[in-house]
Design a protein around this ligand. Structure first.
Ligand code: FMN
Length: 351
């Protein structure tokens, strides 16, 4: 079946205008990333996971607190934890902050998270997973979605038995990243499991894993029957991957790349503060300027600079026309009124 990537679909009452969902990625999915994702055609964006544990003991190492802007909607905020009551409290806060969906993380393979009984471990404890979903669904009136791996061990099919139970318990949509937790990001996502899951549930399924192009997105939608695809690593420093998938657009010029990067830097400084942003942004320089867009030594030079102001200067010197592109961008961007959510962004991400 051919699905128009620009067609709208629904998760419960929430209308999602395109078939591309921007993946939650810890250490990546800051507000600038999500707003940019929406601008480039993602129908739904998702915050990286916020820790419910931070609610009861505020001593976790965190990146900061989640801030939501008015132009991010529809937005899912992802929570993780292992205690149904604490998860319900977090979900209420997420709803009060204006999220359109609460997403529950049953996919994180990182040891620091799984050893607390959260993330992908819950695929091995379906009763607890159901209690968490039930408690979250009862706590909020917005739809609740769940993001899963295929299971813990290689070859596991746990998602196919747990997924339908979560839907019976009240989940309004499921995202499947069909790698095992053990695999982390190695090997390939086995979307034959996505096909099976779609056949087992009557809610929309989102296919996550290795969606890097329009052709791949169309093939996965057609073969799995999923309602949408999720794009993660392909969109790191590369929002053009989203517009290529949704609208078949071409590659950006250097001016556009620099303008988007500088905008991203400025927004991130506003969100995280200059000190945190300086280190946080370094990985983005390589991501934006790679893919043959700029020579390698240039990226290495930027990473070595001490301040973001110096990086901006070097970028504009390399692509002077970017100033005008940025000015237009900044003028047309909607002002993002912000709400800060009192939930910490965990540094231990993954899913
Ligand atoms: C750096 C990084 C951080 C991630 N953090 C999260 C997270 O916080 N929550 C989550 O559900 N998945 C997380 N994921 C998994 C992605 O959402 C996605 O399912 C996975 O990367 C596969 O999609 P891709 O091949 O398009 O990257 C993360 C992935 C990466 C690469």
């Amino acid at each position: 079946m051919h699905i128009d990537l620009e067609s709208s679909w629904n998760i419960g009452p929430v209308a999602v205008p395109t078939r591309v969902v921007l993946a939650p990625m810890a250490g990546v999915s800051v507000q600038a990333f999500r707003r940019q994702g929406r601008r480039f055609g993602a129908g739904l964006v998702c915050s990286e996971m916020v820790s419910c544990a931070g609610l009861s003991h505020g001593n976790e190492r965190t990146l900061g607190y989640l801030k939501i802007a008015s132009d991010e909607h529809p937005l899912a905020v992802q929570i993780f934890g292992s205690d149904p009551a604490v998860m319900a409290d977090a979900a209420r806060m997420v709803e009060a902050a204006g999220a359109d969906l609460v997403d529950v993380n049953f996919g994180c393979p990182v040891r620091k998270v799984t050893k607390t009984g959260a993330g992908a471990t819950l695929l091995d404890d379906p009763d607890r997973a159901c209690r968490i979903v039930e408690s979250v669904v009862n706590a909020v009136s917005v739809p609740v979605s769940v993001k899963m791996r295929r299971g813990l061990e290689n070859g596991s099919r746990a998602a196919l038995s747990v997924g339908p139970r979560l839907v019976e318990t009240g989940a309004s949509s499921l995202t499947l990243h069909p790698r095992s937790a053990k695999q982390m990001y190695t090997g390939t996502a086995d979307h034959t499991l996505t096909t099976e899951l779609v056949q087992l549930v009557d809610v929309p399924v989102i296919a996550s894993g290795d969606i890097t192009s329009r052709a791949r997105a169309q093939a996965v939608l057609a073969t799995t029957g999923a309602a949408a695809v999720m794009v993660g690593r392909a969109a790191q420093g590369n929002p053009w991957a989203i517009s290529e998938i949704v609208r078949a657009t071409g590659d950006p010029g250097r001016e556009e790349v620099v303008a988007e990067l500088v905008l991203f830097m400025r927004e991130t400084v506003r969100e995280l503060g200059p000190e945190r942003a300086t280190g946080f942004l370094k990985k983005f320089y390589g991501w934006y300027l790679g893919r043959g867009r700029f020579p390698k030594p240039f990226k290495q030079e930027l990473v070595r600079l001490d301040s973001i102001a110096e990086v901006e200067q070097r970028l504009f010197a390399a692509a002077p026309g970017a100033r005008d592109v940025l000015a237009v961008l900044e003028e047309t961007l909607p002002a993002g009124d912000e709400i800060t959510l009192d939930l910490p962004i965990s540094v231990y991400g993954g899913g």
